[in-house]
Design a protein around this ligand. Structure first.
Ligand SMILES: Nc1ncnc2c1ncn2[C@@H]1O[C@H](COP(=O)(O)OP(=O)(O)OP(=O)(O)O)[C@@H](O)[C@H]1O
Length: 494
């Protein structure tokens, strides 16, 4: 039945427009039920009843459909700061209005999804042991209802042993899925990229299937960067609404192995604090602060030979490139190198492997007093750890930071404190470059730590090479990370 304010002769008139508010175009309001209306406003759906009004952001709208008698809209409703639950509204729609209602739903879904793909086909992997072992429970409680309400097609598989996700991704039919979503820490996405990279048509598979994380682990950097959260239900909504975004992947060659890294590589204090303080797990996250301070006070150095293919050498030029990305809406194909989709396996290595002669365009960086070598493909390594505030998903570069180990203790502690908001980028003793390849060889140390995407690898030389946009992820923006960047969003300009 039409709302009482609408003349019966014109069931499609916009009640809001007809009263005090004229910002809604004709066709944006659907009269429903006895005395209610649904209106498409600027960025939300307004549900107006006789005595109540609620605004549902379009981003939260999961689905809408019309049956013979009624319209149902399902949406994600925040029940606390970090929790979303599926909720719905349902109203009668009179028979004569059904044609109009159909067109209205189509408009609502256009606004709700924008350029994001609807009804994604998602392969869900669950690591039952990630984090504190809650992944299975969180999937059923927080994630699955959101995917189901959004009409996503889901296929769920539990990982049974270490490396299982590599095998699953290697064998999967990439024509059957749009997304592989891991209920895990950062370990499973790393395995999924590597599994897709083992396929005969690796470049095609990596461009077809978006690899995402439903944050259930101890380290959930991927979700923090792509979606700005470690809430499982909010991440599920972000996957439903996520926009396909090419992601640079990095080939690491070490010994005769070649693996793909999507997150970071570290040698020196960060690697040692991350991997060498397991015995202090009882301290919780304080173990990182403690581990760092102990090494800084001792002025620990990690001598290496380091040679780097430098692409953007100055912080000024890095900031400028970052600022430009705000207004870069280039299509997805322009954000990847043109990989030959028919070439079997991964793209050919432009710089050879770690066993090849050192490429002539690699510049040696004096590193006999190296304290920290850290190369990042994403900005946040953990919440409050914005190590690479200039990182972009598909600029074809790794962000590379080197800091000497013999700087003053005060400077070292100041830079540690400045990591949280990314302001360490501007500190004079923090060398920050955009690079596309490097070789690093530890020197004069019998043993030590090298971390690739948070996993320990042998303490021996390795080489890295960036492949622009070889992988695919989903992000909220379609082209940037959610972390605070080197240029504030308010000052983006054109
Ligand atoms: N069923 C399983 N049993 C044992 N290990 C598994 C199983 N499934 C996956 N794994 C392994 O668990 C490791 C960690 O995975 P993940 O990133 O999900 O968790 P996490 O809690 O963040 O990790 P971490 O243990 O590094 O803190 C990966 O190496 C993965 O191969």
């Amino acid at each position: 039945m039409a709302p009482s304010t609408i003349p019966r002769s014109d069931p499609f008139a916009d009640p809001i427009r007809m009263s005090e508010n004229s910002e809604y175009a004709a066709g944006d309001t659907l009269p429903v039920g006895r005395d209610a209306s649904l209106t498409l406003a600027t960025d939300s759906l307004i549900v107006l009843e006789a005595k109540t009004t609620q605004a549902v952001p379009f981003f939260n709208v999961l689905w809408a459909e019309l049956s013979d008698f009624d319209i149902t809209i399902q949406y994600a409703k925040p029940t606390s700061k970090n929790v979303m639950r599926v909720a719905s509204v349902n109203y009668l729609v009179e028979k004569p209005q059904q044609g109009y209602a159909k067109a209205w739903i189509s408009k609502l879904l256009d606004r709700a999804y924008g350029e994001s793909q609807r009804k994604k086909r998602i392969k869900v992997l669950i690591n039952p042991f990630s984090g504190r072992g809650g992944a299975q429970k969180w999937f059923l409680r927080d994630i699955e209802p959101i995917f189901v309400a959004a009409r996503c097609e889901i296929n769920v598989e539990r990982t049974l042993y270490q490396g299982h996700a590599v095998e699953i991704a290697e064998k999967m039919d990439t024509d059957a899925y749009d997304v592989v979503a891991s209920c895990s820490g950062d370990g499973l996405p790393h395995e999924v990229f590597n599994g897709l990279g083992k396929k005969r048509n690796a470049a095609k598979a990596l461009s077809q299937v978006a690899v995402v994380q439903l944050p259930c682990g101890t380290g959930n950097a991927m979700s923090w960067n792509s979606f700005g959260t470690d809430s499982t239900s909010l991440a599920a909504l972000c996957i439903v609404k996520g926009i396909r975004t090419p992601l640079d992947l990095v080939s690491i060659t070490q010994g005769n192995r070649r693996t793909l890294s999507f997150l970071s590589q570290s040698v020196g204090v960060v690697a040692e604090v991350d991997l060498g303080t397991e015995h202090l797990r009882w301290m919780g996250s304080a173990r990182f602060t403690y581990g760092f301070l102990v090494r800084v006070l001792r002025k620990t150095v990690y001598p290496c030979d380091l040679a780097v293919k430098i692409d953007v050498p100055t912080k000024g030029a890095i900031k400028e490139a970052y600022r430009k990305e705000f207004s870069n809406h280039a299509p997805i194909e322009e954000r990847r190198s043109s990989f030959d989709m028919e070439t079997p396996g991964l793209p050919e290595l432009q710089y050879g492997t770690v066993s090849s002669p050192l490429p002539s365009d690699f510049t040696p960086i004096p590193s006999s007093k190296l304290g920290n070598f850290y190369a990042g493909n994403m900005a946040l390594m953990a919440p409050g750890a914005n190590f690479f505030p200039a990182a972009l998903p598909s600029d074809g570069h790794l962000d590379c930071v080197t800091v000497d180990g013999d700087i003053s203790r005060t400077s070292a502690i100041q830079s540690f404190l400045a990591v949280e908001d990314g302001s360490w980028f501007n500190m004079p003793h923090v060398n920050y470059r955009k690079i596309s390849g490097y070789r690093i060889t530890p020197k004069g140390q019998k043993s030590g730590y090298i971390s690739i995407d948070g996993e320990r690898v042998p303490f021996e030389e390795f080489q890295a090479e960036v492949h622009r946009g070889l992988g695919t992820v989903l992000t909220r923006s379609g082209h940037m990370y959610e972390a605070e960047g080197v240029v504030p969003r308010t000052g983006q300009g054109s």
